[in-house]
Design a binder for this molecule. Structure first.
Ligand code: SF4
Ligand code: SF4
Length: 186
Protein backbone atom coordinates (compact mmCIF):
# COMPACT_ATOMS: atom_id res chain seq x y z
CA UNK A 1 0.00 0.00 0.00
CA UNK A 2 1.50 3.30 -1.14
CA UNK A 3 1.28 6.22 1.22
CA UNK A 4 1.78 9.68 -0.27
CA UNK A 5 3.00 12.78 1.54
CA UNK A 6 -0.02 15.10 1.93
CA UNK A 7 -0.02 18.37 -0.06
CA UNK A 8 2.92 17.31 -2.21
CA UNK A 9 2.26 17.46 -5.96
CA UNK A 10 4.24 16.79 -9.12
CA UNK A 11 3.97 20.40 -10.30
CA UNK A 12 5.97 20.82 -13.50
CA UNK A 13 7.98 17.64 -13.01
CA UNK A 14 7.51 14.97 -15.70
CA UNK A 15 10.65 12.93 -14.99
CA UNK A 16 8.90 9.57 -14.62
CA UNK A 17 7.13 10.10 -17.97
CA UNK A 18 10.58 10.25 -19.58
CA UNK A 19 12.91 8.00 -17.63
CA UNK A 20 10.74 4.94 -16.95
CA UNK A 21 10.12 2.21 -19.52
CA UNK A 22 6.46 1.35 -20.09
CA UNK A 23 5.25 -1.96 -21.46
CA UNK A 24 1.46 -1.94 -21.43
CA UNK A 25 -1.22 -3.08 -23.84
CA UNK A 26 -2.06 0.43 -25.06
CA UNK A 27 1.20 2.21 -24.39
CA UNK A 28 4.73 1.07 -24.97
CA UNK A 29 7.56 3.50 -24.43
CA UNK A 30 11.33 3.03 -24.38
CA UNK A 31 13.38 4.09 -21.36
CA UNK A 32 14.55 7.74 -21.45
CA UNK A 33 12.07 8.79 -24.15
CA UNK A 34 9.34 11.23 -23.22
CA UNK A 35 5.86 9.76 -23.46
CA UNK A 36 3.94 11.20 -26.44
CA UNK A 37 1.05 11.92 -24.08
CA UNK A 38 3.15 14.17 -21.87
CA UNK A 39 3.00 17.93 -22.39
CA UNK A 40 5.59 20.06 -20.60
CA UNK A 41 3.85 22.20 -18.02
CA UNK A 42 0.52 20.41 -18.51
CA UNK A 43 1.57 16.86 -17.62
CA UNK A 44 -0.44 13.87 -18.78
CA UNK A 45 -2.94 14.61 -21.54
CA UNK A 46 -4.64 11.22 -21.17
CA UNK A 47 -4.85 11.25 -17.39
CA UNK A 48 -8.31 9.62 -17.03
CA UNK A 49 -7.27 6.69 -19.27
CA UNK A 50 -3.55 6.45 -18.48
CA UNK A 51 -2.35 2.84 -18.25
CA UNK A 52 -2.26 0.95 -14.94
CA UNK A 53 1.53 1.25 -14.73
CA UNK A 54 1.15 5.02 -14.53
CA UNK A 55 -1.83 4.99 -12.17
CA UNK A 56 0.06 3.14 -9.49
CA UNK A 57 3.49 4.69 -9.79
CA UNK A 58 4.96 7.52 -7.71
CA UNK A 59 8.56 8.47 -7.17
CA UNK A 60 10.14 8.52 -3.73
CA UNK A 61 9.80 12.27 -3.44
CA UNK A 62 6.00 11.82 -3.39
CA UNK A 63 6.27 9.15 -0.70
CA UNK A 64 9.15 10.01 1.63
CA UNK A 65 8.25 12.76 4.09
CA UNK A 66 11.85 13.50 5.04
CA UNK A 67 12.66 15.00 1.63
CA UNK A 68 12.05 18.72 1.24
CA UNK A 69 10.83 20.48 -1.93
CA UNK A 70 14.36 20.76 -3.33
CA UNK A 71 14.20 17.00 -3.92
CA UNK A 72 11.50 17.17 -6.59
CA UNK A 73 13.20 15.30 -9.44
CA UNK A 74 13.19 18.17 -11.94
CA UNK A 75 14.88 20.37 -9.33
CA UNK A 76 17.27 17.90 -7.75
CA UNK A 77 18.30 15.86 -10.79
CA UNK A 78 17.51 12.71 -8.83
CA UNK A 79 14.49 10.47 -9.22
CA UNK A 80 14.10 8.09 -6.30
CA UNK A 81 12.41 4.77 -6.94
CA UNK A 82 11.06 2.84 -3.96
CA UNK A 83 10.53 -0.91 -4.18
CA UNK A 84 9.03 -2.84 -1.28
CA UNK A 85 9.44 -6.52 -2.19
CA UNK A 86 7.19 -8.83 -0.20
CA UNK A 87 9.24 -10.39 2.56
CA UNK A 88 12.40 -8.61 1.40
CA UNK A 89 14.34 -5.52 2.33
CA UNK A 90 13.13 -2.17 1.03
CA UNK A 91 15.01 -1.01 -2.03
CA UNK A 92 15.77 2.66 -2.61
CA UNK A 93 17.11 3.44 -6.09
CA UNK A 94 18.60 6.89 -6.68
CA UNK A 95 18.57 7.56 -10.43
CA UNK A 96 20.81 10.47 -11.47
CA UNK A 97 18.88 12.16 -14.27
CA UNK A 98 21.50 14.48 -15.69
CA UNK A 99 24.97 13.73 -14.46
CA UNK A 100 26.82 13.50 -11.16
CA UNK A 101 26.28 17.05 -9.76
CA UNK A 102 23.76 15.88 -7.11
CA UNK A 103 26.45 13.65 -5.59
CA UNK A 104 28.17 16.81 -4.30
CA UNK A 105 25.17 17.78 -2.19
CA UNK A 106 25.56 16.92 1.48
CA UNK A 107 21.80 16.28 1.55
CA UNK A 108 22.26 13.47 -0.96
CA UNK A 109 24.85 11.65 1.15
CA UNK A 110 22.76 12.29 4.23
CA UNK A 111 19.65 10.76 2.65
CA UNK A 112 21.60 7.72 1.44
CA UNK A 113 23.01 7.20 4.95
CA UNK A 114 19.55 7.57 6.44
CA UNK A 115 18.00 4.93 4.17
CA UNK A 116 20.96 2.60 4.77
CA UNK A 117 20.51 2.99 8.54
CA UNK A 118 16.81 2.26 8.14
CA UNK A 119 17.68 -1.17 6.70
CA UNK A 120 17.19 -0.48 3.01
CA UNK A 121 19.27 -1.66 0.09
CA UNK A 122 20.35 1.61 -1.47
CA UNK A 123 21.27 1.70 -5.16
CA UNK A 124 22.86 4.38 -7.29
CA UNK A 125 21.56 4.35 -10.86
CA UNK A 126 22.87 6.01 -14.02
CA UNK A 127 20.68 6.29 -17.13
CA UNK A 128 21.86 4.59 -20.28
CA UNK A 129 21.27 5.65 -23.87
CA UNK A 130 17.70 5.94 -25.17
CA UNK A 131 16.00 2.54 -25.06
CA UNK A 132 18.35 1.05 -22.48
CA UNK A 133 17.85 0.21 -18.82
CA UNK A 134 19.92 2.18 -16.30
CA UNK A 135 23.07 0.75 -14.76
CA UNK A 136 22.97 0.33 -11.02
CA UNK A 137 25.30 -0.34 -8.10
CA UNK A 138 24.30 -1.49 -4.63
CA UNK A 139 25.98 1.01 -2.32
CA UNK A 140 25.54 -0.72 1.04
CA UNK A 141 28.89 -2.50 1.38
CA UNK A 142 30.74 0.53 -0.01
CA UNK A 143 29.27 3.06 2.40
CA UNK A 144 28.90 0.92 5.51
CA UNK A 145 32.10 2.07 7.27
CA UNK A 146 31.60 5.72 6.30
CA UNK A 147 28.03 5.71 7.60
CA UNK A 148 29.07 3.98 10.82
CA UNK A 149 31.76 6.63 11.38
CA UNK A 150 29.31 9.39 10.33
CA UNK A 151 31.63 10.90 7.75
CA UNK A 152 29.45 12.25 4.96
CA UNK A 153 32.46 13.20 2.82
CA UNK A 154 33.49 9.53 2.79
CA UNK A 155 29.95 8.54 1.75
CA UNK A 156 30.22 11.06 -1.10
CA UNK A 157 33.61 9.68 -2.09
CA UNK A 158 32.21 6.14 -2.30
CA UNK A 159 29.21 7.27 -4.32
CA UNK A 160 31.42 9.12 -6.80
CA UNK A 161 33.59 6.02 -7.18
CA UNK A 162 30.45 3.95 -7.83
CA UNK A 163 29.27 6.53 -10.37
CA UNK A 164 32.55 6.41 -12.28
CA UNK A 165 32.44 2.61 -12.36
CA UNK A 166 28.85 2.69 -13.67
CA UNK A 167 29.87 4.83 -16.64
CA UNK A 168 31.79 1.81 -17.99
CA UNK A 169 28.73 -0.39 -17.70
CA UNK A 170 27.38 -2.31 -20.70
CA UNK A 171 23.83 -0.95 -20.81
CA UNK A 172 21.10 -3.50 -21.54
CA UNK A 173 18.55 -2.63 -24.28
CA UNK A 174 14.93 -2.65 -23.09
CA UNK A 175 13.60 -3.91 -26.45
CA UNK A 176 10.70 -1.44 -26.35
CA UNK A 177 9.35 0.60 -29.25
CA UNK A 178 7.16 3.67 -29.14
CA UNK A 179 3.56 2.58 -29.57
CA UNK A 180 0.63 4.53 -28.19
CA UNK A 181 -3.10 4.10 -28.76
CA UNK A 182 -4.63 5.90 -25.84
CA UNK A 183 -6.07 8.81 -27.79
CA UNK A 184 -5.71 12.33 -26.43
CA UNK A 185 -3.31 14.90 -27.84
CA UNK A 186 -0.32 13.55 -29.73
S1 SF4 B 1 8.99 11.82 -11.01
FE1 SF4 B 1 7.78 12.07 -9.12
S2 SF4 B 1 7.34 14.27 -8.94
FE2 SF4 B 1 8.04 13.86 -11.05
S3 SF4 B 1 6.15 13.54 -12.20
FE3 SF4 B 1 6.83 11.51 -11.56
S4 SF4 B 1 5.79 11.12 -9.59
FE4 SF4 B 1 5.62 13.33 -10.02
S1 SF4 C 1 0.42 8.05 -20.08
FE1 SF4 C 1 0.49 9.96 -18.95
S2 SF4 C 1 1.29 9.41 -16.90
FE2 SF4 C 1 1.76 7.71 -18.30
S3 SF4 C 1 3.84 8.10 -19.06
FE3 SF4 C 1 2.40 8.99 -20.54
S4 SF4 C 1 2.15 11.14 -19.90
FE4 SF4 C 1 3.06 10.03 -18.17
Amino acid sequence: MISLVPDRNCGKCTACCRFLPIRQERLEKPTNQICPHCRGGAGCTVYPVRPPACVGWYCGWRMLAGLDKSWRPDRSGVMIKVDLPEGGRPQIKMLLLAGPAPLSRKEFASAVACYFNAGADVYLQVPGPLGHYPAQALLNSHIEAAVRERVLEAVQFQMKAAYNALLKHQFEPDGLVMRASLGGQM
